[in-house]
Design a protein around this ligand. Structure first.
Ligand SMILES: [Zn+2]
Length: 69
């Protein structure tokens, strides 16, 4: 089974257990701080158009890639 981590708390997500996400984060306003795939702390950079977060193992996650219109 694949492991997932809460991108805002870095805690491991357990199926069946509610994992609260901050309201601002749920709206995509808050950048994630941890990698969802490994739980590592990411390098986060916020810029006027959004943010990007980099995991040393899984690469860059960009707010634009999550919000396509
Ligand atoms: Zn990662």
């Amino acid at each position: 089974m694949e492991e997932r981590y809460n991108p805002f708390t870095g805690k491991r997500i357990v199926t069946g257990v509610d994992d609260p996400v901050p309201a601002a984060a749920a709206l995509g306003l808050e950048p994630p701080r941890f990698c969802e795939q490994c739980g590592r702390r990411m390098i986060v950079q916020v810029h006027p158009e959004g943010w990007w977060a980099k995991c040393s193992r899984h690469g860059v996650l960009d707010s634009k890639s999550l919000d396509r219109r």
